[in-house]
Unconditional design. Sequence first.
Length: 283
Amino acid sequence: MWGETSRHLLQYWYALPVVALGCTMTIMGGVGGNVVCGPFFILVLRLSPEAAIGTALVTEVFSMSSGVIGYWRRRLIDYKLGLTLGTAAAPRAIVGSLLSVHAPSVLLKIMFGIAIFLLALLLFRSPREADLERPAPFSEADAPGSRRLVDALGRIYTYRVCQLPQLFMTSMVAGVGSGLVAIGGGEFNTPSMVMRCRIPLRVAAATSVFVMALTVLAGASTHVLIGRPVWNLVIWTVPGAIVGGQVGSYLASRLASALLKKWLSGLFVAVGTVMILNAVLFK
């Protein structure tokens, strides 16, 4: 009996290095690790899309929590904006999670592939970090929506939260996508904050991670209640995601990311294509 239990627990041991490597690459490119985890679970481990999405969301709860702790220590999170966007995303993640259970597997695979295509486009067209860090004109300190944030290193960020209804709507759509196919949170929220309002990239990324933590917690809880995650896989993916998140964030601050983003964009196009072909040819 102990032997069977051991084999069951060790069945997916190789997922740890795969997820760690995948999360390292994606975090360096500013993308959530589920872009790698989801296809790996479906195409390699042959899990059903519902089980793969549930397992990916549970894994991301731990990686996002690790990210929130890191950004909290650096004092880069705009909690007021994060809670506002979180109230838009979290309930929709529950809706998306419930829809994923009832949606046909073929449809989920196609939607997964399309979501990865969109991420590839966003990643390829994203501006250089140096351009995003240039301060936007800001002369009205008391203008509606103005914020002033001082991080742990004493750097001062002054910006204005604008077009809040549009940011709220984007977060709603991202929440549904996060629950439905485990993709869509920070990948869509961060560009919206940076491109629409010129919110400093560090603050936008940190706030987006906070929103994603709330979102994936809601989505993962729903999948846990309906019994979708594969727990003997989770025990290996969680430490892999935590390690990958730490290593990826460390390397991202020390290596040029422009070439990596282009390489990841090509990789995501290939993965998205395989996902869609797999859905169409192997129903």
